[in-house]
Ligand binder design. Structure first.
Ligand SMILES: [Fe+2]
Length: 403
C-alpha cells in the first residue's frame, strides 16, 4: 500500500471512524433506522437460503426469519421427493428456536445433486406450559451438488476487500459466469466495520442469495475490518464459519487463517478489548499440527488463504506478526500458494529465496478500476490462476506445476 494511502487511512481511523478515508460509511443514525426494519410484524424469511461448507460430505443451509421459529430443512436426491428432514444442532437438550437458522446436512453422498427446501414455523407465543405456533413459511425447492472429495479438479473464485459495496458481488462474479465453481471464497474486509444485522444482509447475504448462494456454497474468513464495530461480536452468528480452518477438496488441501487486526492490541482504538496476538499464536500452534497431518502432506497442492498477506503489506504490527509466526511454518510445510487481500493493490509476488518459498497473490479493491476477481483451478498436475480486473481484463496470471 502506498505511504500516502496509509497515512490517509490512519487519519480516518484516528478521527474516530474505523474505515478507510473516502469510503461510504454507515452513520449511527442509518444503522439504527435500518435495524428497525427487521422488526416487522409479518412472519417471513428475511433472507436465504445461503450455503456454507467445509466439505467432507456436509452442507450447511442458513437463513434468517423475522421472528423466532422452529425450523428445518427437507431434502433428498429427487426434486419430487424431499424425504429427509434435518434440524439445527441441539444444545443442552434444546433444538434451536431462533431467527438465525443454520442447519447442517451430513453424511451426503459424494458427487450427488441434492434438492432441498427450508421451512420455518413461527413461535407466536411462548408460555411455560403452552407454546403457540403461528404461520409456517417455506422457501422454493433449490439444489446443490455435494462434490466428491476425490474429484480430479477443483475450481473456485476469490473476492476480497469489497468494503460495503454490495454491487461488486454480482459485478465481479458475472466476469466468470460461464464457469461452474465448487465454492466462492470471500477473503475478508467485505465490510468497513460491523454496524448491525441489516448491513450484513444488504451488503453481503442478499447479494449472495440473489446471485449464487442458494446453489453454490461460500467460504469466508474475516479481514481486519470485520473485527471492528459494535456488531462484530454478533457477526459470527450469521455464518456457519468465519475463523481459521482447513479442508480438503480434490487435489488441494486448503488452510484458512484468520489474520486478525492490523495494529497492536494495545492501540487506543481497540480500547483494551481485543486479543489478536494470542489468537494468532493459537493459530500458529494449530498450523504446526496441520502441516503434520496426512491430508496436508499427501495433497498434490497446499493453498493457504488469509486476508492480511504474510509479507508485502507494510510494517504495522499485524502484518509483521503474521510474517514471524506463519512464514517459517508455511515454508517447512511446503505451501504452494497464499491468497490474500488487504493492500488494495493487486499484485502477484513470486516465491522469494530465504523469505516466502511460495507465491503470494494479493487481490485488489475496493474502488471501481481496482477490484479483482481471482480465478483458480487446480488438478493433480498444476494450479492455474487468472486475475481479472473489474472490466474483465486479465491483469495477472500464475501457474504452479507439481514438482
Ligand atoms: Fe484489510
Amino acid at each position: 500500500m502506498k505511504e500516502s494511502l496509509l497515512k490517509e487511512k490512519r487519519r480516518a481511523f484516528l478521527k474516530g471512524g474505523f474505515a478507510l478515508g473516502g469510503l461510504a460509511l454507515l452513520s449511527p443514525e442509518k444503522a439504527l433506522s435500518s435495524s428497525l426494519k427487521i422488526q416487522d410484524k409479518e412472519f417471513r424469511i428475511i433472507t436465504g437460503p445461503y450455503l456454507q461448507t467445509n466439505f467432507g460430505n456436509s452442507m450447511s443451509v442458513l437463513w434468517i426469519t423475522s421472528k423466532n421459529s422452529s425450523s428445518w430443512v427437507e431434502y433428498g436426491i429427487s426434486p419430487d421427493k424431499l424425504d429427509q428432514k434435518a434440524f439445527g444442532k441441539s444444545s443442552l437438550g434444546f433444538k434451536p428456536a431462533d431467527r438465525l437458522n443454520c442447519i447442517k446436512l451430513e453424511n451426503l453422498k459424494p458427487g450427488t445433486t441434492y434438492y432441498y427446501k427450508i421451512v420455518s414455523k413461527e413461535i407466536k407465543d411462548f408460555q411455560p406450559y403452552k407454546l403457540t405456533y403461528g404461520e409456517t413459511v417455506s422457501g422454493s425447492t433449490e439444489s446443490f451438488l455435494n462434490p466428491d472429495a476425490a474429484k480430479k479438479e477443483v475450481s473456485f473464485v476469490m473476492l476480497n476487500d469489497l468494503h460495503d459495496r454490495p454491487k461488486s458481488i454480482p459485478h465481479l462474479l458475472n466476469l466468470d459466469k460461464d464457469n461452474k465453481h465448487d465454492f466462492v471464497f470471500f477473503n475478508g474486509d467485505i465490510f468497513d466495520y460491523q454496524a448491525d444485522e441489516q448491513q450484513i444482509i444488504d451488503h453481503m447475504l442478499q447479494p449472495c442469495v440473489d446471485n449464487f448462494a442458494k446453489n453454490t456454497p461460500f467460504v469466508y474468513v474475516r479481514g481486519n475490518h470485520e473485527t471492528r464495530g459494535q456488531f462484530a461480536r454478533e457477526f459470527p452468528a450469521y455464518f456457519d464459519h468465519v475463523g481459521y480452518t482447513a479442508f480438503s477438496l480434490g487435489p488441494v488441501r486448503f488452510v484458512i487463517l484468520d489474520s486478525g487486526e492490523d495494529k497492536v492490541d494495545a492501540h487506543p482504538v481497540y480500547a483494551g478489548i481485543v486479543d489478536f496476538d494470542k489468537y494468532r499464536e493459537e493459530q500458529a500452534k494449530w498450523l504446526e499440527d496441520e502441516i503434520k497431518r496426512k491430508e496436508f502432506k499427501n495433497a498434490a497442492f497446499r493453498i493457504v488463504m488469509m486476508h492480511i498477506p504474510p509479507r508485502y503489506s507494510g510494517d504495522w504490527h499485524g502484518p509483521t506478526h503474521c510474517t514471524s509466526l506463519f512464514e517459517p511454518i508455511m515454508n517447512r510445510g511446503k505451501v504452494d500458494l497464499v491468497l490474500s487481500g488487504h493492500t488494495h493493490q493487486y499484485k502477484i509476488h513470486e516465491p522469494a529465496k530465504d523469505l516466502n518459498n511460495y507465491a503470494i497473490v494479493i487481490g485488489g479493491g475496493p474502488q471501481e478500476g481496482t477490484r479483482t476477481l481471482t480465478k483458480i483451478k487446480a488438478n493433480h498436475k498444476q494450479i492455474l490462476l487468472s486475475m481479472l480486473d473489474d472490466s474483465g481484463k486479465e491483469v495477472g496470471a500464475y501457474s504452479i506445476s507439481k514438482k
